[in-house]
Design a protein around this ligand. Sequence first.
Ligand code: F0G
Length: 455
Amino acid sequence: MKTIIEPFRVKVVEPIRMTTRADRERLIAASHFNLFGLHSDDVLIDLLTDSGTGAMSAAQWSAVMRGDESYAGSPSFYRFLAAVQDLMPFRHVIPTHQGRAAEAILFSILGGAGRVIPSNTHFDTTRGNIEATGAEALDLPCAEAADFSGTYPFKGNIDLTALAKLLRERGAAVPCVMITLTNNAGGGQPVSLENLRAVHALAQRHGKPLIIDGCRFAENAWFVKQREPGQATRAVRDIVRETFSLAEGMTMSAKKDGLANIGGWLALNDDDLALAARNRLILTEGFPTYGGLAGRDLEAIAAGLAEVVDEEYLHYRVRCNEYIGERLLALGVPIVQPVGGHAVFIDARALLAHIPPLAYPGQALAVALYEMGGVRSCEIGTVMFGRRPDGREVPARFDLVRLAIPRRVYTQSHADYLIEVFGEIAREKTRLPGYRIVEEPRLMRHFTAKFARLS
Ligand code: F0G
C-alpha cells in the first residue's frame, strides 16, 4: 500500500478549542504580535516546538505508575540507566531535568575564558551555556548547509577541513568537539556516519573527546539508513549504537527523541569528568539517581527510548514532514530542502520578498499563519538573532519560520489543514505587512519583544 498510516490508534483525546479569524486577530494584537505571548488554548495547531510536546504511549503511561520516588537508588533509575545504555554505551549516565541542564554541567567543567568549542552548529542553549563560561562557541557547518534549495542528503555535517585547521592551529584551546544530531539550528538536517567517523578519528588524533548532542538521534539514524550508501539493511538500533560508540560523551534532551515531556541526561566515559559532573549535579539538580526528575519521569523516558527506534514509527514520522514539505513546494512556498527530521523550515525572506529583513519577514509570516489559521510557528531569523552584543541591529543570515512537528500528536487532516492555510498565505502574501519592535529585553528578545505592525 502506498498510504502510510499513523502506526498507532488514539486512546485519549485532547479537544482543540475552535477560534475564528476575528478572535485570533484580537488575541495576537493583545499579545503585541508575539506568538510566545498567546495562551496555548487559543492555538489550533501548535508547531512552536517538538520539545516536550509529544504524546506518550499506553506503555509509557503505565510505566509512569511504576515510578518509584525513592531519593536514592530507585529501581526507576536503574530501568532508565539500562534503557540508555542499551542504545548508548557510555560508562556514566547522569540524569538531568532537561537538555540545557546537562549542557550547563558539562561546560561548567570544560568551558572557561580562552577556550573554544567547535560544532556542526550549536543549538542556542548550548551556545548560551558555553558563552556563559567565557568560552567561544564556534559553528563549522559544511558548505552545503548554506544552500537552502540544494538536496545534499547530509547538510548537518561538520566542515572537516575547518575542524582540522582549528585543531591544528588552536588545539590547545579546544577542550572537546561537539556534534549536534540532527542539526536543529541548521534545519533539522542529519549528519552522516561517514562524517561522524571522520570527526572521531580527527578528535582522537588530537586527544580531544567527541561529545554528541543527541536530542534527535533516532531521526538522524533513520536518515542514515535511508540515505547513506551501505546502511539500508542495518537496523536503526545498530546505527544508533555505532553513532554513540564514536563519542566519549553526550548531552540529551529526552523531550525530543526520548518521547517524554521532560528530562535529559549527560553521559560520559571519563571517570574523573563524571565525578566532577555528579558533584555539580548534586548542587544544581539533585542526587545522581534522579537528577532533577521524578522517578515516574525516568520510567517514561526508559519506555520512550524503546519506542523511538521503532522503524515503523520513524518512517511515519519523517514521511509526515516530507508530505507537508512537498505540498508547500507545490504551492510555490520556498522551504529548506531536503525536509529535516523534526520540522519544516520556510524561507520567509524569499516568500515575503517585499518585506526587508529589518521589518521581520519571518515574524510577518508567523503572525499571518496564526491569524489566518490558528497555527503557531516560530521565527528563526532577524528577530531571534538580529540584535548584536554591542547593541547594533543587523539582518540575520536568514529569515526562516520553523514548523516543528510534535511527535504522535497531529494527524494527516491537521497536515492538510496546515497546507490549506499556506494556500491562503500564498494568495495574500504581497499584502502581508512588516513589523517593528517597540519594546525588547536586553537578551533573548524573541521571547518577550513587543511588536507593532507597519502600515
Ligand atoms: N540541543 C538541541 C539540538 C535542542 O534542539 C534543544 C532544545 C536543546 C539542546 C536543549 O534541550 O530544551 O531540553 O533544555 N530545543 C527545543 C526546540 C527547545 O524548540 O528546538 P532542552
